[in-house]
Ligand binder design. Structure first.
Ligand code: MSP
Length: 482
């Protein structure tokens, strides 16, 4: 039994993914959350393994009924609509400083080929058969639902009555994998994290897995089945396969990148990632990813974020005002990764002032000002014994602990300035003053290095202020806001 709770890196590489996003909406804070978390890990592993050994993939999920409906609403062809909106998503992720290696679109040519190849493999394996589906389909979830899932006849998440459909379509033999999947999850306690989600998946399996429909007869938009071109692939079957397409399925690169080390997903989509996905991979003869980590959901001032409530928080507006690092800090420090959390603008402002402006920003400006004043802008970089090593926590996705520890260390450096009072010490002992300021600056520089995956822009700015024994620029890292 393996129990590391760290994504496995047996091949000395790291492949991390986010969910691919539906494009009938603009990115909100929840979408930014999965992506910022994955970006943080990608940056960390690049510094550890080298940039060529990290693959970080995000993108858009376009072959859905939602795309068709949204295009119709604005009077565009589905292709034009998806081209425009995918472009918007990508440029928003660029403006959020997301260092993805590939932005995959499920309309990309290589992805269509992957889906068709794998469908054929699964079909040849005897895991796909024809049947009649009669039941309920929720476009919001892009999933079939049961009467028991509804509240007052409506989907409880989307507050809409699902469509009743009857189609002859193709089914995947999920039931065949029930026992194997249960044992796999029991034998690999870190395959699904956190523990609460693992338990949820296990109890879902215990209720019995039913085969699911993997094609749509009445939809035109999508990837045609290789063995029946009158039907298109069910959007989830298609979307999950983005992870193997992006790993270079069918090329030499695939053996380097697959299996993925980590899929970061929201808790709403664990059934697809922890039940459908492993069975699909087994059927296609592929290895399972090392870990699926499900994070929690945000509310906005205590309210569920939804399009209909119109309370989605726009991450771009926030970063334009405060900067990218502030959003990253808030999301990763305020909410334990894996638990639900709340986004409040008031709290955002408080955290900005107390942690970023008054703690980190203040330390940088005090140190640079005093070095300029008391030692001709010079310091001696000394070897620092780290008070905290973040390796273990960051690889276990304990972002919140990493930042709490690093900021408490920064706090103690501000404390050391107060204690030593360089402005008084200088009057009696100039050499000691330089020693104290140099020691604190050296610790700050080490923390700045550790902060790079979390706060890349600030880390770079700090390292630009203190360069090789000299204060070379002055920079207000976090200006005060009211
Ligand atoms: N397209 C599918 C995923 C396919 S992956 C092979 C999908 N897309 S989505 O756009 O609806 O949502 C994607 C993810 O956005 C969610 O799983 C979750 O990670 C994130 N979030 C959406 N709303 C959120 C919150 N309110 N809070 C936190 N994350 C949320 O599902």
């Amino acid at each position: 039994m393996k129990n590391t709770s760290q994504p496995n890196q047996s091949k000395n590489k790291f492949y991390v993914t986010t969910p691919i996003y539906y494009i009938n909406d603009v990115p909100h804070i929840g979408h930014a959350y999965s992506t910022i978390a994955a970006d943080t890990l990608a940056r960390y592993y690049r510094s550890k393994l080298g940039k060529d050994n990290v693959l970080f993939v995000t993108g858009t999920d376009e072959n859905s009924q939602k795309s068709v409906d949204a295009a119709k609403k604005v009077g565009k062809s589905v292709q034009d609509y998806t081209d425009d909106t995918a472009q918007k998503w990508q440029s928003i992720f660029d403006s959020l400083n997301i260092t993805y290696n590939r932005f995959i679109r499920t309309t990309d040519k290589d992805h269509t080929k992957t889906v068709q190849d794998i469908l054929q493999k699964v079909y040849d394996n005897g895991d796909i058969y024809k049947g009649v589906y009669e039941g309920l389909y929720c476009v919001g979830h892009e999933a079939f639902m049961k009467e028991d899932d509804l509240v007052d006849g409506l989907c409880p998440d989307h507050k809409k009555a699902p469509e009743h459909i009857k189609e002859e379509n193709w089914f995947f033999r999920l039931s065949k994998y029930q026992d194997r999947l249960k044992h796999y999850i029991l034998d690999n306690p870190d395959f699904i994290r956190p523990q609460s989600r693992r338990n949820e998946v296990l109890s879902f399996i215990d209720k019995g897995l039913e085969d699911f429909s993997i094609s749509r007869e009445t939809q035109d938009w999508g990837i045609r089945l290789p063995f029946d071109d009158s039907q298109v692939a069910y959007v989830w079957f298609d979307a999950l396969l983005n992870y193997v397409t992006a790993a270079g399925y069918g090329t030499e690169a695939f053996s380097k990148w697959w299996p993925a080390d980590l899929h970061i997903v929201g808790k709403d989509i664990i059934k697809f990632h922890c039940i459908y996905w492993p069975a699909m991979l087994w059927s296609a003869g592929l290895e399972l990813p090392h870990q699926v980590f499900a994070h929690g959901f945000f509310t906005n001032d205590g309210e569920k974020i939804s399009k209909s409530l119109g309370n989605a928080i726009d991450p771009v507006g926030l970063v334009q005002k405060y900067g990218n690092d502030v959003l990253r800090y808030y999301l990763l420090r305020e909410i334990t990764f894996g638990s639900d959390g709340d986004f409040s603008l008031q709290r955002f402002g408080e955290v900005y002032n107390s942690d970023l402006a008054n703690n980190l920003g203040n330390l940088v400006s005090r140190l640079s000002t005093m070095l300029i004043k008391y030692n001709n802008a010079e310091y001696n970089e000394v070897k620092v014994k780290p008070r905290y090593e973040y390796e273990d926590d960051i690889t276990k996705l304990k972002f919140h602990t990493c930042l709490a520890e690093l900021f408490s260390w920064l706090d103690s450096l501000n404390g050391a300035i107060e204690e030593n009072k360089p402005w008084e010490l200088f009057k009696t002992d100039a050499a000691k003053t330089v020693e104290v300021l140099s020691a604190i600056t050296s610790e700050l520089l080490l923390i700045a290095k550790y902060l790079e995956p979390f706060l890349p822009e600030s880390s770079k700015k700090i390292q630009a202020v203190f360069d090789n024994g000299k204060v070379v620029s002055s920079e207000v890292l976090f200006p005060k806001f009211d």
